[in-house]
Design a protein around this ligand. Structure first.
Ligand code: SF4
Length: 356
């Protein structure tokens, strides 16, 4: 399908999901072939909102719309939006003055917001509200003179954004081992916060080890690891031990997708792999495999899971049972810059969710 930007220009073709050159082969195995499909999986409310925000920005302002960093960590979503006129940049300084820029779901530091103002950009903030909650905690606790131990991964955009809200009051703790060695300026007034997309178990282990060194360490008022990350981990834990193989659909820079592979292995899957597309599934992964678990990270559109199921059906895995461990109905309202349409009316999608 080709897309016009509403100003008479035809944009690129929307990229299709890549398909395999050769179908997977249906080899015999001992036992019945089946798929356990984890639920919840795929898009969370924050990702859905961020992608809709970019789509609305394209509709309203026309291409190009600039997005700082990947709007969500999924290569297919990024390629689709690029084909529709989105230009992804690493830094605000790459955006021409006066343009429209969207900040990604992972959030930005106040410095980035200021840079956008200085360049007179029209900024739309698609930061997930659950990341904004962590930002607010960082501001609040640093204002109360706490030192914050932020459990998260060095270099991840969300971590950079959160640290930017309390740069002089935050120490990053990457993993449980680092908990044994980090130094803090104040052992009395300490609180921990975390990135939203971590392994729940590993984070609790990091906290446990921090607390043995810093007994006064305080807990955050509520979970920072978000509902979507937790729900997807609970679902994969439920099926992992029954699986000879787990396939996680998700991109390599998607923290919650990578965690799903780790959690699957930790909870008993005999093998687990992450793929961007079903076409990356290798024939030899299926050798002797009767039960395959399938799940996807929080930034993965369901079409990529459907392609995975279709490819595995070619290999004889046609018996699909969905194992659901939670219902999700959370929706977030659109970023405030997009809630009203050009005539000032509340936009149909202002309260979140797709109209499909
Ligand atoms: S994974 Fe969690 S924090 Fe990240 S966008 Fe989704 S709901 Fe928000």
């Amino acid at each position: 399908m080709s897309i016009s930007n509403g100003r008479g220009q035809t944009l690129l073709e929307t990229p299709a999901v890549p398909t395999r050159r050769e179908k997977l082969v249906n080899s015999p195995v001992a036992g019945q072939k089946r798929i356990l499909l984890a639920a919840p999986r795929g898009y969370c409310a924050g990702v859905d909102r961020a992608v809709i925000a970019v789509e609305k920005a394209l509709e309203r302002y026309g291409a190009p719309v600039y997005v700082r960093k990947q709007i969500v960590h999924n290569i297919h979503v990024v390629r689709e939006l690029e084909a529709r006129g989105v230009i992804f940049v690493d830094e605000v300084e790459e955006v021409p003055k006066g343009s429209t820029i969207v900040f990604s779901a992972h959030g930005v530091s106040p410095m980035v917001v200021q840079e956008a103002k200085d360049r007179e950009l029209h900024a739309i903030d698609a930061t997930c509200p659950l990341v904004t909650k962590v930002h607010r905690e960082a501001v609040r606790f640093s204002g109360q003179d706490f030192h914050i131990l932020l459990i998260g991964h060095d270099g991840h955009e969300e971590v950079e954004g959160t640290m930017g809200h309390a740069p002089d009051h935050t120490t990053l703790v990457n993993d449980p081992d680092e908990a044994d060695t980090i130094e803090v300026p104040d052992v009395e007034n300490l609180i921990w916060l975390s990135q939203t997309t971590l392994s729940v178990d590993e984070t609790m282990e990091t906290v446990r080890r921090l607390r043995t060194r810093f007994p006064h360490l305080q807990d955050p008022p509520s979970d920072d690891i978000c509902y979507a990350t937790q729900n997807r981990q609970v679902a994969i834990k439920k099926i992992a031990a029954d699986c000879d193989l787990v396939v996680v659909v998700g991109s390599e820079n998607s923290s919650n997708s990578v965690r799903l592979v780790e959690v699957a292995l930790e909870y008993g899957a005999k093998a687990a792999y992450r793929v961007d597309y079903a076409s990356e599934i290798q024939q030899q992964w299926l050798d002797g495999v009767s039960t395959i678990g399938v799940t996807s990270g929080a930034s993965v559109p369901e079409v990529l899971v459907e392609q995975t199921l279709a490819d595995l059906a070619d290999a004889g895995y046609r018996d699909v049972e969905e194992i659901r461990t939670a219902e999700e109905d959370l929706q977030f309202s659109l970023p405030k810059e997009l809630r009203k349409d050009a005539s000032g009316q509340l936009d149909q999608r202002a309260l979140g969710g797709r109209l499909s």
